[in-house]
Write a protein that binds this ligand. Structure first.
Ligand code: SF4
Length: 155
């Protein structure tokens, strides 16, 4: 019996439930990680990178994680798409508007390559103007910076 790669066999005979069982499982996981690290096995961030690089899922820092809460505030009102039709037409399908960029980029990290191509059709000043009128105060310019950085990291 496995639980997150942890062999649960030793717990079969232990009569514990609820918080006691949770504490036992967590203690066992801690011991396992400490042993793995003592023998220089790959754990933590290096293991994350190894596991998810093929899925094009980059790691995020604690500061980026905090920023991501604000990225996902978009509720698809469409206000930031006002006046974008000419740029959309000119992009020949690469750019579908700021709202599409915000929604896709804040919910699906492996698509950042496509998001970067969309951004090439929108000047930075326009992103700042859209940010100023966004009722959800999505930091659109910061999201663009984040997307460019993550796309570059995965190249
Ligand atoms: S204006 Fe803000 S909330 Fe509305 S679609 Fe654009 S990013 Fe989302």
């Amino acid at each position: 019996m496995q639980w997150y790669g942890l062999d649960m066999a030793p717990f079969r005979r232990i009569v514990a439930s609820g918080r006691a069982l949770a504490a036992l499982v967590l203690a066992s996981a801690l011991v396992r990680i400490l042993l793995l690290r003592a023998f220089r096995a790959r754990t933590g961030l290096p293991l994350f990178v190894e596991n998810y690089a093929a899925d094009r899922l980059p790691a995020v820092s604690p500061a980026e994680r905090l920023e991501m809460n604000a990225f996902s505030r978009c509720f698809a009102c469409g206000r930031c798409d006002d006046g974008e039709s000419e740029r959309q037409r000119g992009s020949k399908g690469e750019y579908r508007g700021v709202m599409q960029f915000v929604l896709a980029s804040s919910r699906n990290m492996p698509d950042h390559d496509a998001a970067v191509r969309a951004l090439e059709h929108v000047p930075e000043q326009v992103l700042l103007e859209k940010e100023a009128i966004c009722p959800a105060h999505v930091p659109i310019s910061s999201l663009a910076r984040f997307v460019r950085a993550k796309a570059a990291a995965m190249r």
